[in-house]
Ligand binder design. Structure first.
Ligand SMILES: *[C@@H]1O[C@H](CO)[C@@H](O)[C@H](O)[C@H]1NC(C)=O
Ligand SMILES: *[C@@H]1O[C@H](CO)[C@@H](O)[C@H](O)[C@H]1NC(C)=O
Length: 322
């Protein structure tokens, strides 16, 4: 009898060992946390919902954080790392000025660590939080694969890879194509500017000395030009909403591009460029189509240079490499 029990225990632990081993090498999957940390997604969602109920403007911050994370070193949570004496991290790049919501990620991480220590990566928390923010703001709900590991590198110089707001759509399309995205997907992504604000530093290029023949960008609606100039007269850090419904995820952004009311060069040139204008028009007319394309594009973005298994780690503290 004892022998049977021992052999049973040995067998069971072998089985557990292999299950564990298999889990470790498994690629990303939708149900990655179902067994490992069953409430992970629910915990992240309720943390995000609570924070956004208090401050809906943070939805834009979380979505931008996801984008910034994936475009620099892949979706690996590198954007969350704090600088140290030896290393200036991505966070301290000027491109980070509009990133907000770090405390939401910290709160969600603390809550999941409490339930299942060392299991849920910060990289996955960002992707889940951005998804939940989109839904909270009225956008589509989508599921995406999980199981990303956190990276061990975060350097300010890497942020040079982020597309800049002063880029025109041609340059923007080129940058995105290096990650395998089509022009149509660039338009869908740009729809993320349905949320949030821009700083004067990002649009003042359009307001004076625009080119040799124009002082103001001729594609800029004159009423909006006045509004933006007024904002800038209050300083480089003053803000203007990217569309009139800055906390609602909708297609108003595309309607505004049609009337020359896109705030950034990278927005308005999606409409002036004949290559992307038809996509802008389609999204302006059909919000459901925008939602569908946006979901597909953002799920694809969430897979950029993902680290799996021992290519990374599950950080204990999202702000520090283990
Ligand atoms: C980047 O974000 C962090 C966290 O909010 C902040 O402490 C830091 O000062 C920011 N860097 C810059 C250059 O603004
Ligand atoms: C877009 O920007 C690039 C780089 O600044 C420039 O070479 C190109 O002429 C611009 N395209 C248009 C259509 O303005």
């Amino acid at each position: 009898m004892a022998k049977i029990i021992i052999s049973y225990i040995v067998n069971l632990s072998l089985v557990l060992f292999f299950v564990n081993f298999n889990l470790k090498v498994e690629a990303l999957s939708m149900g990655y946390y179902i067994l490992r940390c069953p409430f992970a997604e629910m915990i992240v969602r309720s943390t995000v919902n609570q924070a956004l109920s208090d401050d809906p403007t943070l939805a834009a911050g979380l979505l931008r954080m996801h984008f910034h994370d994936c475009f620099v070193e892949g979706c690996d949570g590198s954007v969350l790392i704090d600088s140290t004496k030896e290393n200036t991290a991505e966070k301290d790049s000027p491109a980070n000025l509009s990133l907000r919501g770090y405390e939401i990620i910290d709160a969600a991480k603390a809550a999941v660590e409490n339930q299942c220590p060392g299991v849920v990566s910060c990289a996955d928390i960002i992707t889940m939080a951005a998804r939940d923010a989109v839904f909270f703001a009225g956008g589509p709900f989508y599921d995406m694969p999980k199981g990303r590991m956190d990276g061990r590198r975060s350097k300010i110089e890497d942020t040079i890879r982020l597309p800049a707001p002063v880029f025109n759509s041609t340059t923007l399309i080129n940058v995105f194509s290096q990650h395998g995205f089509s022009a149509q997907e660039v338009v869908a992504f740009s729809g993320a500017h349905t949320l949030g604000v821009a700083r004067c530093t990002s649009f003042k290029n359009r307001l004076s000395n625009f080119d040799t023949t124009h002082n103001v960008d001729p594609s800029l609606n004159s009423k909006l030009a006045n509004t933006l100039s007024q904002a800038c007269s209050a300083g480089d850090n003053s803000e203007a909403p990217l569309d009139p419904t800055k906390n609602s995820f909708d297609n108003a952004y595309f309607n505004k591009l049609q009337t020359g009311e896109g705030v950034l060069t990278s927005d308005q040139t999606l409409y002036t460029n004949p290559r992307t204008r038809s996509v802008v028009n389609a999204y302006a007319m059909n919000q459901a189509l925008f939602f569908l394309d946006f979901q597909q594009a953002i799920i694809k973005m969430g897979l950029i240079d993902v680290k799996e298994g021992n290519q990374g780690e599950v950080r204990q503290d999202c702000r520090k490499i283990n």
